[in-house]
Ligand binder design. Structure first.
Ligand SMILES: NC(=O)c1ccc[n+]([C@@H]2O[C@H](COP(=O)([O-])OP(=O)(O)OC[C@H]3O[C@@H](n4cnc5c(N)ncnc54)[C@H](O)[C@@H]3O)[C@@H](O)[C@H]2O)c1
Length: 343
């Protein structure tokens, strides 16, 4: 277990070719000049080698391509890099994809978590499991889930994240393992796979294309800048207690329509228009987290104001056209319309 006052020197970050793991990787390399970081990532449709270019302190970064559900590959990475801690961002994360096919979610989010738990226990190192507000299910305003709330996931993605979290809690209770769970609300910022809401809307708005919004667009999420989230995770890694659960929220609730209108305003006039489309099956109305215990325990609070954070995220996607072209996968809207037709 790391000394709570000594920053880790060697951190294995799984899933750091994706969105939040990559922001965390960049944060650690910039803020901890003595730290070495190894990215372990399978490079699925959501992981991009482009995200591992132009890293600050690149000489302190290494990359291993591998699958968290492959126990031999995970053990080998831990043996060769010899980390003091592992931070797990590797996950299947897109609710829509989980509705169409939950199996990869079970493999990565459940089985992969158990593989990491066992490998970290064998190596006697801390594991941070990154999780989501979605495990608590839909909450009426003004309710906020506190860290004692029962889990009530309502879509396959959330159910697999909840299962991974329960395995982590079980490892702490059963084995006294040094494991911490963190849960956050929706993140926004640069380098998110372009099929997710914010980059999808930015790129479609720029192209003057229609902006598909599920149902009436009044579903509410809380939005947290990815750098604020990364700072919270770093605080949990360095100062968190084994077995603890920490919540991170931006205390910034927005409806889907509110987010899309804010993106449209930031992109400027292009002729793009909002188009309401058939709602996602079982679409949760609202999530929110109570962050009071995290504020008290870690001294963490978000600092990026939403308007400035969103403006800089929009500018990043517009300025990094080559990145957007390289990372854009299939057009998810066409994919979903084809798959949800008639349901
Ligand atoms: N994005 C959000 O708004 C949000 C909010 C709350 C919590 N989270 C959680 O944060 C974590 C990271 O989310 P994200 O949005 O950055 O995800 P992402 O989809 O952008 O990236 C996931 C990364 O994991 C990698 N990966 C997937 N399966 C793998 C496997 N089997 N082995 C190794 N690597 C694999 C992918 O290649 C990719 O690099 C997830 O656990 C997610 O549940 C995300």
């Amino acid at each position: 277990m790391p000394d709570p006052h000594t920053p880790c020197q060697r951190i294995l970050v799984t899933g750091a070719a994706g969105f939040i793991g990559n922001a965390f990787l960049r944060r650690v390399l910039s803020k901890r000049p003595d730290a070495s970081v190894c990215t372990f990532d399978a490079l699925t449709y959501a992981g991009h080698e482009e995200n591992l270019e132009d890293l600050p302190g690149a000489e302190r970064h290494t990359f291993i391509q591998g699958d968290v559900a492959d126990a031999a590959a995970v053990r080998k990475a831990i043996a060769s890099f010899a980390p003091d801690a592992v931070v797990n961002f590797a996950a299947e994360t897109h609710v829509d994809r989980s509705i169409l096919d939950a199996e990869p979610f079970l493999r990565t989010n459940v089985f992969g978590t158990q593989v990491l738990l066992e490998a970290c226990r064998a190596a006697d190192i801390r594991l941070i499991c990154i999780s989501t507000d979605e495990v608590y299910g839909s909450l009426e305003a003004p309710l906020e889930a506190d860290t004692d709330c029962a889990l009530a996931p309502r879509n396959p993605y959330a159910a697999t994240k909840a299962a991974g979290d329960l395995l982590a809690q079980a490892a702490f209770i059963t084995h006294g393992q040094d494991v911490i769970i963190t849960r956050s609300t929706n993140n926004y910022g640069p380098r998110q796979t372009p099929e997710k809401l914010v980059p999808l809307m930015i790129l479609r708005a720029r192209a003057g294309a229609s902006l598909p919004v599920y149902g009436d667009g009044t579903h509410v999420r809380d939005w947290l800048h990815v750098d604020d989230h990364s700072d919270g995770i770093l605080a949990a890694l360095e100062r968190g207690k084994a077995g603890a659960l920490y919540h991170f929220s931006g205390s910034n609730e927005q409806s889907t329509l509110g987010i899309v209108r804010a993106v449209l305003d930031a992109v400027g006039p292009t002729g793009a228009r909002i188009e309401h489309v058939r709602d996602r099956p079982g679409h949760d109305r609202r999530y929110q987290l109570d962050v009071s215990t995290t504020h008290a325990a870690l001294g963490w609070a978000p600092i990026v104001p939403f308007a400035a954070g969103l403006a800089s995220a929009v500018a990043w996607y517009l300025d990094n056209d080559a990145w957007s072209r390289a990372t854009a996968g299939e057009d998810l809207r066409t994919f979903l319309e084809a798959n949800y037709a008639g349901r």
